[in-house]
Write a protein that binds this ligand. Structure first.
Ligand SMILES: *[C@@H]1O[C@H](CO)[C@@H](O)[C@H](O)[C@H]1NC(C)=O
Ligand SMILES: *[C@@H]1O[C@H](CO)[C@@H](O)[C@H](O)[C@H]1NC(C)=O
Ligand SMILES: *[C@@H]1O[C@H](CO)[C@@H](O)[C@H](O)[C@H]1NC(C)=O
Ligand SMILES: *[C@@H]1O[C@H](CO)[C@@H](O)[C@H](O)[C@H]1NC(C)=O
Ligand SMILES: *[C@@H]1O[C@H](CO)[C@@H](O)[C@H](O)[C@H]1NC(C)=O
Ligand SMILES: *[C@@H]1O[C@H](CO)[C@@H](O)[C@H](O)[C@H]1NC(C)=O
Ligand SMILES: *[C@@H]1O[C@H](CO)[C@@H](O)[C@H](O)[C@H]1NC(C)=O
Ligand SMILES: *[C@@H]1O[C@H](CO)[C@@H](O)[C@H](O)[C@H]1NC(C)=O
Length: 387
């Protein structure tokens, strides 16, 4: 901008003073060159990398097919967005120069397989790490002195097996400053006991859109949670122990909608709790999915007398028919056995006689041999060998 404005001034000046024309013309070229060099200096010195946009400590390199973090980044970068690219791993090599001020790192929508703890080596102030929509397989424990506060791992894992990696990172006890953790859109089915116990600052936890089938005693114990999102899982009830854990955080706001609640005797504690407590923000929106005659009934409108574990319709009937069937099969086997015995009665008789005869022959053989070996010197030997 400055260049285009200043050069016409030099040009008109050159026209006005004829003799100085050539000198001023050269001055103009020199000025232009100077401006170019300055412009280039701005580009390399403040260092906005190729394919990136830099503005007030924010660097955005989005949807550029990048395979690694662009270098060098401006030393004063605070927020870095390298989203929608093809990065496969991050480690200290991704950040070879120290970025003291970098606090927010967004790496959503890449193909990151490996997150190495050395990534923190040159990012001492990193507080927000967004790894949404990646394919993480390897995740190494973060260094003890990390300053991470917000960790977004929504839809971040390659498969169920690789999710174990993050569970051990969470349990490693190094996320001492973490306040917000997003584990939504992952396939967690159950979470181990005490998973969040070491996260002593965690206030916001999202487990939305997972596959959780149950909350275990102790899973949510520990952190001072204020916002807990359990929507859109596969919970069918919530046990008393977990409700008691909710109650330990009086400021908690929990969201529970979108779960297939089964309204039988096991959900009674939850129903009573919902009527009594205001912690579930969306308690008006929870309704039964099972059994058929209660489908769609809001949990808040249930009367405890409706909550029965009624097995007479299915379980008991199944058991009864299976007992009858077992009896029939046993009777049939017995009849067949008797029939076989009966048909073979002659053979069996013959067989018994044969055995009896064989025994008799054997005994007679003894007698015979005994008589033969009546020589006292041999008798001892013969008896020993028969025994
Ligand atoms: C990380 O990715 C870069 C770029 O694709 C690659 O050159 C490097 O070898 C990878 N490092 C590891 C440890 O996988
Ligand atoms: C982190 O950021 C603060 C200010 O934002 C700054 O004073 C400090 O030097 C940075 N580095 C470390 C290691 O704390
Ligand atoms: C953490 O400690 C290691 C050495 O123990 C050091 O190299 C690193 O810079 C430290 N990181 C932060 C964020 O302080
Ligand atoms: C994590 O990322 C998802 C998707 O971008 C977003 O909806 C969510 O709010 C983020 N969570 C946090 C804690 O920033
Ligand atoms: C659940 O807790 C409530 C209140 O603490 C108690 O009244 C109820 O008996 C408990 N239910 C079970 C099954 O322990
Ligand atoms: C849950 O765990 C705590 C601590 O381990 C224990 O005191 C409590 O009795 C358990 N509750 C149930 C219902 O198992
Ligand atoms: C309850 O559901 C309705 C309709 O789905 C939605 O508009 C409302 O925000 C929900 N309320 C809460 C507290 O989530
Ligand atoms: C229990 O099951 C029986 C037989 O299926 C049915 O007649 C009865 O209405 C059921 N009771 C309840 C409370 O659902």
């Amino acid at each position: 901008m400055r260049g285009t404005r200043s050069s016409p001034r030099v040009f008109t000046g050159g026209h006005r003073d004829g003799p100085a024309h050539v000198g001023l013309w050269m001055l103009r070229v020199v000025l232009l060159l100077l401006l170019l060099v300055l412009a280039a200096g701005v580009q390399t010195g403040e260092g906005c990398p190729d394919k990136c946009l830099c503005a007030t400590q924010t660097v955005k390199c989005q949807n550029q097919d990048l395979e690694s973090i662009p270098q060098p980044l401006p030393a004063n970068t605070r927020s870095l967005f390298v989203t929608g690219n093809h990065i496969t791993n991050i480690s200290v090599e991704s950040f070879p120069t120290r970025l003291e001020l970098l606090t927010d790192l967004y790496l959503n929508g890449n193909q990151i397989k490996s997150v190495d703890s050395t990534v923190f080596d040159n990012l001492p102030n990193l507080s927000r790490l967004d790894l949404t929509d990646n394919k993480i397989v390897h995740f190494s424990a973060f260094p003890v002195n990390n300053t991470l506060q917000v960790l977004n791992l929504s839809s971040a894992f390659h498969n169920r097996l690789s999710m174990d990696a993050v569970l051990s990172v969470l349990q490693s006890g190094t996320l001492l400053h973490l306040t917000s953790l997003d584990l939504s859109n992952n396939d967690f089915v159950v979470l181990p006991d005490g998973l969040f116990a070491g996260l002593s600052k965690l206030t916001t936890l999202s487990l939305r859109k997972g596959s959780l089938i149950a909350l275990q005693n102790g899973t949510l114990a520990g952190p001072p949670l204020l916002d807990l999102d359990l929507r859109d899982n596969r919970l069918r009830e919530i046990p008393n122990a977990s409700l008691a854990e909710f109650d330990l955080n009086p400021g908690l706001r929990v969201l529970l909608a979108g779960n297939p609640w089964r309204c039988d005797c096991f959900i009674e504690d939850l129903v009573l709790w919902l009527k009594d407590s205001t912690l579930a923000m969306d308690r008006q929106n929870l309704s039964c999915v099972d059994p058929g005659d209660l489908r769609g009934v809001p949990l808040l409108q249930l009367d405890p007398s409706q909550l029965e574990c009624n097995y007479s319709g299915d379980m008991k009937g199944v058991l009864e028919t299976s007992y009858v069937f077992l009896g029939l099969v046993l009777a049939l086997i017995g009849v067949i056995f008797l029939l076989v015995l009966y048909l073979n009665r002659k053979g069996i008789k013959r067989w018994i006689y044969n055995i009896r005869d064989a025994c008799r022959d054997h005994m007679e053989g003894y007698h015979y041999r005994y008589e033969i070996n009546s020589d006292p010197r041999l008798a001892n030997l013969s008896i020993n060998s028969d025994v």
